[in-house]
Design a protein around this ligand. Structure first.
Ligand code: NAD
Length: 431
């Protein structure tokens, strides 16, 4: 088993560190946020990932996992895995400044024949650039992009669909592949550029799939078709598959927006016009306007009616169900738009606790408070528990029984016996 360091204790880094410790490795996890390191050392994780607190505590008590803010304990170490943020820069490229600054410090610390593993999502050419920054002929850089999903991070890390190892050096690639041997997942060995591109290609494809179904949903509304039925037919085709075929308020989160943008910039730089990806990004921006128009129509009865003073209750604030992550949430983009139009917003999200306010939304600890005196309730995130709410009670406390279901989460059964008038997406049928 290896002794390795993981730098960055976020969704990817903390999950990787805790899972690699579970798999028997000795892991030191470094994060430059002292308060995070303090609570991690106390066995708290700060993010809602099933199984992660247990793995962190197990690692701490077995001594296989430690946390620190300092790079000093890494002196002489054989392997360092970088799980650092690569956010969108102002020009749309991936901002590699954090990664590059850490790489600049690692050259002096790594042991002989060390390996640097790039787990962050990084553009083509980053492994090469990392080697230059390390300035150590004996150290190899290996691309090992991560595909885990928030909300399923531990499950995905321990049981991945595939492991990608992009290495120019066979032996360094073998050392990285060995970390995952016990998962039994297929390991795809590639050159570094292909590994780097594969991650962006996967995320951009998922984004295009969602944009496709969102535009299809608009078409269904115009033509009197049902998007759920169309998507069900498509999804049973093995070549297409059912995932990412649900219409909604658009894609968001900490990855798809920045990764589509970075891939577009990469393509531009390479002289390739990636028009279909550009259109998917545009369709996604337009989707938020489509949803706001739906809400405006449902509340005022007109596409140009005023939302000034309208009380709107939002169910769901996170970018998807199963996470507390609010980064680039389409729900919040829609909330911002509604607030700009003068609406007064209250919101509830099972993943968001301990906050009074998120952007323009006053956070309530209970869905009934969201419904209270509301002119409309809008479902923005697909939390399954929203189906089981007492909708009759919500109708009883609301000012008006208006419901906009941007995720097509609620069917006639959930709303049976309630006066709610439901507006869905891609459907002409009332709920
Ligand atoms: P995150 O923001 O959750 O975590 C990043 C961590 O790095 C934070 O804890 C931060 O404090 C720490 N950090 C920042 N600068 C540092 C420094 N100089 N030294 C030490 N620590 C530092 O990010 P994330 O979601 O884990 O994403 C990390 C990378 O993995 C990104 O490239 C992302 O695109 C990629 N990725 C993310 C996911 C996901 O679902 N979140 C999935 C696959 C890949």
């Amino acid at each position: 088993m290896a002794e390795l360091a993981v730098i960055g204790a976020g969704y990817v880094g903390l999950t990787s560190a805790a899972c690699l410790a579970r798999l028997g490795n000795s892991v030191v996890c470094v994060d430059n946020d002292p308060s995070k390191v303090d609570y991690l050392l106390a066995g708290e994780v700060g993010i809602a990932e099933p199984g992660l607190p247990e793995l962190v505590r197990e690692g701490l008590s077995s001594g296989k996992l430690t946390f620190t803010t300092s790079l000093d304990p890494l002196r002489g170490i054989g392997m360092v895995m970088l799980c650092l943020p690569t956010p969108m820069a102002a020009d749309g490229h991936a901002d590699l400044s954090v990664l590059e600054s850490v790489l600049g410090s690692l050259g002096d610390l790594l042991g002989r024949d060390g390996v640097v593993v790039l787990k962050s999502t990084v553009p083509v050419g980053t492994a090469e650039r990392a080697a230059e920054l390390l300035c150590r002929a004996d150290v190899q850089v290996v691309g090992n992009p991560e595909f885990l999903r928030e909300g399923f991070a531990v499950e995905d890390f321990l049981h991945p669909d595939r492991i990608v190892v992009g290495a120019a050096d066979q032996e360094a690639g073998d050392r990285v592949a060995a970390l995952y041997a016990s998962t039994g997942a297929p390991v795809l060995r590639t050159d570094p550029a292909s590994a780097e591109l594969a991650k962006y290609a996967s995320n951009a494809f998922l984004a295009m799939k969602v944009s496709y179904v969102n535009v299809l949903a608009e078409l269904c509304e115009r033509l009197g078709a049902e998007v759920a039925e169309v998507a069900a037919v498509m999804g049973l085709d093995d070549r297409i598959g059912p995932a990412f075929l649900s219409p909604g308020p658009g894609w968001g989160g900490s990855c798809l927006p920045k990764d589509t943008s970075a891939l577009l910039r990469t393509a531009e730089h390479a002289g390739i016009d990636f028009a279909m990806l550009r259109d998917a990004v545009r369709a996604n921006a337009r989707q938020q306007a489509v949803i706001v128009r739906k809400i405006r129509c449902a509340v005022t009865g007109s596409a140009s009616g005023s939302l000034a003073g309208a009380r709107i209750g939002l169910l769901g604030l996170t970018f998807k169900a199963g996470t507390g992550d609010l980064r680039h949430s389409p729900a919040l983009a829609i909330a911002d738009e509604l607030a700009r139009a003068g609406a007064v917003l209250t919101g509830y999200d099972p993943g968001v606790t301990g906050r009074d306010k998120v952007g323009p939304v006053t956070v309530a600890g209970d869905p009934t408070l969201v419904a209270k005196e509301a002119d409309a309730i809008v479902v923005l995130t697909e939390w399954p528990e929203f189906r089981d709410l007492d909708w009759a009670q919500l109708a009883a406390v609301a000012a008006r029984p208006v419901l906009v279901d941007t995720r097509n989460l609620l069917d006639a059964r959930a709303l049976a016996g309630t006066p709610f008038l439901r507006t869905g997406v891609g459907t002409g049928k009332p709920g």
